[in-house]
Every structure is written in structure tokens, then in C-alpha cells.
Write a protein that binds this ligand. Structure first.
Ligand code: 1GP
Length: 257
């Protein structure tokens, strides 16, 4: 029998189609920080403002039941895809549209490089979830994700090391690379690091963590981020979130100006 060629799934194709028009925004909702009602409001505002997807996740999620209830409620209210941003196997919800199937590339822990992925794989198949393979690079030592994921510190002053990880992700066939400063980080990923990675890889580049001002958002976009993720700002009021989404929507790619 001829081996089947793997097809890009529906959500991934949607993301790629959206990226054809320019960079996109995704809103991250951590169920630990929202009631279902407040999450629904923020998700609706995000969708109306032009966010392309809702990511659901957080470093301390421990209940699959809560994830299911949260995701189910969101699915009823918004039309943009709901993508799980998992901290672990219990974050997988059968009600989501897709899951970022992430490898924490700079973790020193076997579990976050292949263990959780292996344990989650059978659930993903059983739930019929679309898995979107992504290389995940976590900066800084102060965030929950770096502590939980046992991330090896990445030197901000040596972008080449980061580029090497990102290229490795691409060569391994991962179809997105995420530079993560950590939720609530005091500052976003430095623009020279974003630039260095963007100019070295061909797969879409996701950047998140610590983006709170319009100025920071503009700089990250100028540096070449394809997908920007904001979480904390989704918890700080609708107007600020809408303003950030608007910056992404209005940003033209350099070659189109
Ligand atoms: C965290 O990158 C995301 O995983 C978002 O971070 O909460 O700082 O926006 P913020």
C-alpha cells in the first residue's frame, strides 16, 4: 500500500490563509483567570475586533473537566477556531478545533520534549483533534512556564543560539515556531531576536509574552512576527485588547507597502 501523504488540517489551513493577508493576532484565555461568562465576553470582543483564533491554556491547568466546560462554552459563542495551548495532557479537550502540538525545545526534561506528547497522542486520535506541530522556545526564568517546563535559559544576547533551535524545529518538520517570553513577562522578546529568527526560518513565527503596549506590538510586528499572542491584556479590559488587535490588523507586510 502506498503511504498516505499527511494533509494540512482545516484549522492550520485557515491560519495559513489568514497569514496570506498579513500578520494575525490570537487571544490567549487562561481558564484559571476567567469565569466562563467573562471569558465569553472577551472572546466575543476579540472576534469582533479581528483576532483570528482563541487559544485556551495556562501553566497550571489541572482539570480536564474544567477545560471541557470552558471550551464547550466558547465553541457555542464564537466562530473563530478554539485552539488548545496545552501545559500537559489534561488540557486536551475533545471540544476544541485543534491543539498546538508543542515540543518545548529548550526543556531539559524528557517529559516536555516527548513524554507528554506521547501520552497525549492517543487522546488526540480518539478525540479527532487536529494537531498542529510547533516548536516552542521559552525565554526567561521568572515565568510559570519556564519553571513548570524546566526550560534551559536562552541567552538574549546570543540570537544565533535561538536561531539554531528554530532551524532545528523547522528541519524536524515542525510547522510553526513560537518564541515565548512567558505570560506576564516584564518585557516581550527583544526585537533583534525576533528579527534574527524570522530571517532564518520559512515556517510562520509566533511571538508572545509581555506584549502590553501599542508600541511594543508595533515593534514585534516590524521585527517580523507572523502571529502575535496576547493573554494578560485580555484580562485587563476590552478597550486595551481591542487597540492591540487593531494594530495587528492594520499592520501591512513590508513588501506590500
Ligand atoms: C503566554 O505568550 C502568551 O503564553 C501571552 O503572554 O499573558 O504576557 O500576554 P501575556
Amino acid at each position: 500500500m502506498t503511504p498516505r501523504t499527511l494533509k494540512v488540517g482545516r484549522v492550520e489551513q485557515y491560519i495559513l490563509d489568514e497569514l496570506e493577508k498579513g500578520p494575525i493576532h490570537m487571544t490567549l484565555l487562561d481558564p484559571e483567570n476567567f469565569t466562563i461568562d467573562s471569558a465569553l465576553r472577551v472572546a466575543k470582543v476579540s472576534e469582533e475586533a479581528g483576532s483570528s483564533a482563541i487559544m485556551v491554556g495556562g501553566s497550571t491547568i489541572s482539570s480536564q473537566l474544567e477545560m471541557d466546560q470552558f471550551v464547550q462554552a466558547l465553541k457555542e459563542k464564537v466562530n473563530i477556531p478554539i485552539i488548545i495551548f496545552p501545559n500537559n495532557v489534561q488540557a486536551l479537550s475533545r471540544y476544541a478545533d485543534a491543539v498546538w502540538y508543542m515540543i518545548l525545545l529548550n526543556s531539559v526534561e524528557w517529559y516536555y520534549v516527548i513524554g507528554a506528547q506521547m501520552q497525549g497522542a492517543l487522546f488526540i486520535r480518539r478525540y479527532g483533534l487536529e494537531a498542529i506541530p510547533m516548536g516552542y522556545l521559552v525565554f526567561g526564568a521568572e515565568s510559570a512556564v519556564s519553571a513548570m517546563g524546566r526550560a534551559l535559559p536562552l541567552p538574549m544576547s546570543k540570537p544565533k543560539v535561538v536561531v539554531a533551535y528554530a532551524l532545528a524545529a523547522q528541519y524536524m518538520g515542525l510547522r510553526f515556531v513560537y518564541l515565548e517570553a512567558g505570560s506576564g513577562a516584564s518585557s516581550p522578546i527583544p526585537t533583534n531576536v525576533v528579527q534574527a529568527v524570522k530571517s532564518s526560518i520559512d515556517v510562520p513565527l509566533v511571538v508572545g509574552g509581555g506584549i502590553r503596549s501599542i508600541d511594543q506590538m508595533k515593534k514585534i510586528l516590524e521585527a517580523g512576527a507572523d502571529i502575535v499572542v496576547t493573554g494578560t491584556m485580555a484580562e485587563r479590559g476590552e478597550d486595551a485588547l481591542k487597540a492591540l488587535i487593531r494594530v495587528v490588523k492594520n499592520h501591512m507586510r513590508k513588501d506590500e507597502r
